[in-house]
Write a protein that binds this ligand. Structure first.
Ligand code: COA
Ligand code: AMP
Length: 634
């Protein structure tokens, strides 16, 4: 019997209005809500309708007002530049208010969109919070995306301003962001009024007069701006994520539900309270960075760490232990891939010994399935609970987790534990009925989703309905498949769409196929995700060439690798492709990507009943062995 957790979870489902109404008291409102849950437009539900608040006020000013101004709010720790800087709540509030002032002086007002394209520097968090302060809607684009991806997002959300860094620093190379920004603005039909550029010593950018403004100059001349109250249901941000096509989905996050849920999650899921140090080693370009580098820890009055480095190589596989020890981290959150990278470099954990990890109490993993090997390795070496939890850009916080603050429940390896309060999770089988316990099916959540989850997609309500609400009426479709066992533990097994997870980064193979098919010699192609010992999955391309093409295969492969890097970005990690005569298909012409993946990963597979020509699978097998995959390859 699991005491506190069970009781709270049940109450959250039986009486969501009462439950979340109570939880919402943890946030400061400028106007109290009329209704906890507005169901008038179901299946489009809205939380805290009629309420007004400011998210930045809740993340910063209220802690200053409560007398915690001198407490560390954000620690920027950058092994790649050899610098560290701590911002107290006083200092961070001041910088954010100035940045908001600089934006407002140039016409940014409530509801305007602002794109943020920045490396992991404190200015990225300051820019996000400054937008929130004004009620402007930020849309952060991950720095590993290429100009084209940035342009697509600019055109979709139509920003009044873009805030960028001059460069990012990756081990061994400086990534000049400014030329990528300039190219994106050139490609996009929408043009921003102005760009605010944070110059970095590692690579200063040339500013375009009349359009670009230096961050330091703008803030030096700015008047601090106060918090602008917004509706609970107004958007706080848009975060684009991979969908099943090349068109990314603009996940919208509202202000009220987000603040309520994230603030609650800090003490109840992570067991971290005001004044304690929390570290999410991710990037502000991903949802983990939005929720757990910036908003949640600050809403809860914690100290957050913004780490500009890697788990290995900056300078070694002891980097994480150094950060934990130096800053007194109580709870850390990262992706399993980071731990696999550390395990590979330092399998015996020799580098841990030198650090005092006595204040470290838990490690949370998410972003991809946490393999039991890696969890057990980390448990053994760190001596703290290592907890897998499952969530998505869309949900904004976890769907299933071992809620430490509500009392840890036993760990089952391979499972991110049980649905968290607010989540009524079900498994639907192929027949459209709820699956039996233990049977695999589509993982869906009964509507309404809890606060903090996406209310819609930016300017695309029909797409929102079609992608998430249509296949299983009354439920939200997670696009993950899995099962729930007798004890209510969820097991997330695979995606039901073409999304792959590369080093914890969510990517669409469909988008990569679109790039490959743009090559003039390519007639047809398929991209699949194959298992990788460090990154979890990596993309692998198959191409059928147009009749009469006689150029060397290696040239064509090299060109498409370059095209994916150029069009999507280095983060796609698309490095391998092969040329085949034919692709295996069903009789109705559907490419059998799942079977190709199973062959590449040496898994058992069944000959699909609907296959057009089984002999093609032998050809695929040979091609895979040629590039190090398949039976003899791995
Ligand atoms: N700006 C520009 N380029 C970037 C970038 C950024 N912000 N982030 C990554 N890239 C580039 C990398 O330099 C690399 O380029 P390369 O092909 O020239 O080497 C490429 O994108 C792939 O990067 P990455 O996925 O980070 O792979 P890696 O081999 O450099 O490192 C890990 C592997 C496991 C160490 C790394 O992925 C990692 O730290 N992951 C942590 C997980 C994480 O943050 N997940 C987010 C969700 S929680
Ligand atoms: P993202 O939107 O980038 O956070 O990616 C979300 C997807 O990552 C989910 O739909 C899952 O496919 C996968 N994912 C995230 N966390 C987990 C986990 N703990 N276990 C298994 N898959 C996960």
């Amino acid at each position: 019997m699991i005491g506190g957790f069970d009781e709270i979870w049940r109450r959250s489902l039986k009486d969501p209005q009462g439950f979340w109404g109570d939880v919402a008291e943890g946030i400061d409102w400028t106007r109290k809500w009329d209704k906890v849950l507005d169901e008038s437009r179901a299946p489009f539900y809205r939380w805290f309708a009629g309420g007004e608040l400011n998210t930045c006020y809740n993340a910063l000013d209220r802690h200053v007002a409560a007398g915690h101004g001198a407490r560390a709010a954000l620690i920027y720790d950058s092994p790649v530049t050899g610098t560290q800087k701590t911002y107290s709540y006083d200092e961070l509030t001041e910088r954010v208010a100035l940045c908001a002032g600089a934006l407002a002086a140039r016409g940014v007002v409530k509801g305007d969109r602002v794109v943020i394209y920045m490396p992991m520097i404190a200015e990225a968090a300051i820019a996000m919070l400054a937008c929130a302060r004004l009620g402007a809607v930020h849309s952060v684009v991950f720095g590993g995306f290429a100009a084209n991806e940035l342009a697509v997002r600019i055109d979709d959300c139509g920003p009044k301003a873009i805030i960028a860094g001059s460069c990012g620093i990756e081990p061994g190379r400086i990534v000049a962001y400014k030329p990528l920004l300039d190219a994106a603005i050139e490609i996009a039909s929408h043009k921003p009024d102005f760009c605010l550029i944070a110059q970095r010593d590692a690579g200063r950018a040339e500013l375009i007069p009349g359009r670009d403004i230096d961050w330091d100059d703008a803030l030096a001349a700015a008047t601090p701006h106060d918090c602008v109250p917004v509706k609970a249901t107004d958007p706080l941000y848009i975060l684009y994520t991979s969908g099943t096509t090349g068109e990314p989905k603009g996940v919208v996050r509202d202000n009220g539900g987000h603040a309520v849920a994230l603030n609650w999650s800090m003490s109840n899921i992570y067991n971290v309270k005001s004044g304690e140090v929390y570290w999410a080693a991710s990037d502000v370009g991903w949802v983990v960075g939005h929720s757990y580098i910036v908003y949640a820890p600050l809403l809860a009055g914690c100290t957050t760490i913004l780490y500009e480095g890697k788990p290995v190589g900056t300078p070694d596989a002891g980097a994480f232990w150094r950060v934990i020890a130096e800053h007194g981290v109580k709870c850390m959150f990262t992706a399993p891939t980071a731990f696999r990278a550390i395990k590979k470099e330092d399998p015996d954990g020799a580098l841990i010994g030198g650090y005092d990890l006595s204040r470290f109490e838990s490690l949370f993993l998410a972003g991809e399935r946490a393999d039991p090997d890696t969890i057990q390795w980390a448990e053994r070496l760190l001596g703290v609970p290592v907890l897998d939890h499952w969530w998505q850009t869309e949900t904004g916080w976890s769907i299933a987790a071992n809620c430490l603050g509500l009392g840890k429940i036993p760990v089952k390896y391979g499972s991110p534990s049980r649905p968290v309060p607010g989540w009524d999770l079900r498994v639907i089988g192929e027949n459209g009925e709820e699956a039996k316990t233990g049977d695999i099916g589509a993982l869906v959540a009964r509507l309404p989703l809890p606060p903090g989850s996406l209310p819609t997609l930016w300017n695309a309500e029909d797409r929102f309905r079609a992608a998430y609400l249509t296949d299983y009426p009354g439920y939200y479709q997670t696009a993950d498949a899995g099962f729930i066992d007798d004890d209510g533990y969820v097991f997330v097994m695979s995606r039901t769409d073409d999304i792959i997870n590369v080093a914890g980064h969510r990517l669409s193979t469909g988008a990569m196929e679109e790039v490959l098919s743009n090559h003039p010699d390519v007639a047809e192609c398929a991209v699949i995700g194959v298992a990788d010992p460090i990154k979890g999955q990596v993309p692998l391309g198959f191409m059928v060439l147009k009749a009469g093409v006689v150029r060397p295969n290696a040239d064509i492969v090299g060109e498409v690798v370059g095209m994916v890097r150029n069009d999507i970005g280095p983060v796609a990690a698309f490095k391998t492709a092969t040329i085949v005569d034919r692709l295996p298909k069903t009789r109705s012409g559907k490419i059998l990507r799942g079977t190709m993946r199973a062959i590449a990963d040496c898994e058992d597979w069944k000959m699909p009943a609907t296959i057009d020509d089984p002999a093609i699978l032998d050809e695929i097998d040979v091609a895979l062995r040629g590039i190090g995959y398949g039976r003899e390859g791995s």
